[in-house]
Design a protein around this ligand. Sequence first.
Ligand SMILES: C[S@@+](CC[C@H](N)C(=O)[O-])C[C@H]1O[C@@H](n2cnc3c(N)ncnc32)[C@H](O)[C@@H]1O
Length: 271
Amino acid sequence: MVNNVEDTVLRPAVDIDRGSRDVANRIAGTILGHNPNKKRSKFRKAKGATLKAFHSTKLGNIYHADSLDVMKAMKAGSVDLVMTSPPFGLTREKEYGNVREDEYLNWFRAFAKEFHRILKDSGSLVIDIGGAWKPGAPVRSLYHFKLLIMLCDEFRFHLAQDFYWWNPSKLPAPAEWVNIRRIRVKDAINPVWWLSKTEWPRASNRRVLQPYSPSMETLLANGYKAKLRPSGHDISNKFSVNNGAAIPPISLPFLIQKAIAHICAIAKRKT
Ligand SMILES: C[S@@+](CC[C@H](N)C(=O)[O-])C[C@H]1O[C@@H](n2cnc3c(N)ncnc32)[C@H](O)[C@@H]1O
């Protein structure tokens, strides 16, 4: 039985930076392989059965189970971070199954209720959510924006920040609009919504610093003349202080690559 985040944290298996280790350490349950279209998931536990951990360390457990079952076994207000990449509302169904964009909000409500219940007041909900196309037309669905609004209006989450995972290696799709008629370009972004239960989730950007860019290194070495920019922005002397590392932007290749490497290393050891 999972009671609190200390029961469910992961021990970092590879050398990752402090920021992504912190993220990985606060994952409250990593859930694999489930088809949301099936009436009863193959991972759904039998009534009364206890959840069996797929992987355990003294720091916590990973469950291979229906996440609703896992969350229902958790105490209210016990979790620092829920991080999920749910099946997206795609028109073309994936092997693991997904509901379509027009049914998406109804499907998501049961998860949203549990996310809100298990999170601490200082906790965060992070959702990687790819966009989708409207069936049969070269226009985008608004389903993930509607999801965000539902989570904030109906479930009282706050949008702490919106991140964007830039993934230029996505395949060109839908073929009809992108490759055949050539009237749209390739998608290359997943929005990642960082939601919080209150306006003040526990957070520190000092945990996710990244190396300075070469141009910033040059600027720090050669100095910078404080002045008013053409935009009217006043760049003070403080800009040239060397703080040892840069605060990352909301585009995510850096952190995601490290988190994925960590998760793959665990999965590899188990197979
Ligand atoms: C969108 S995929 C994740 C894809 C991955 N983020 C990526 O970009 O390749 C969603 C995953 O959630 C799993 N899933 C769906 N419903 C679930 C549930 N109720 N509990 C646990 N896992 C679930 C699916 O089996 C699938 O593996």
